[in-house]
Design a protein. Structure first.
Length: 96
């Protein structure tokens, strides 16, 4: 049974979108950390997320940066948000 911990969506003036959803889930083989999440940033005029962090089964923790899938070592919710924000900032710097 999943318990919603966070649902936050922000649409910026340039039409970029940041959409974050985190659930607390029962510990299981699918979710050994007891958390399920999807953190996405879609840059202005983008069709797909420039930055996406998720941990759906069977892939587990991973991130997508400009379409490239990269393993992600989950440590905590706080670190997850910090890492996501850092990747969003880096993505914005690269696309100025």
């Amino acid at each position: 049974m999943a318990k919603l911990l966070l649902r936050r969506k922000r649409i910026y003036s340039d039409r970029s979108i940041k959409d974050q959803v985190v659930w607390n889930v029962s510990l299981s083989e699918k979710y050994p950390d007891g958390v399920r999440y999807r953190l996405a940033f879609i840059a202005k005029r983008g069709q797909k997320p420039a930055v996406l962090y998720d941990n759906h089964y069977p892939k587990g923790h991973h991130k997508h940066i400009h379409g490239k899938e990269i393993p992600y070592e989950y440590q905590s919710i706080e670190k997850l948000f910090d890492d996501f924000e850092n990747d969003v900032k880096e993505s914005l710097r690269e696309n100025i």
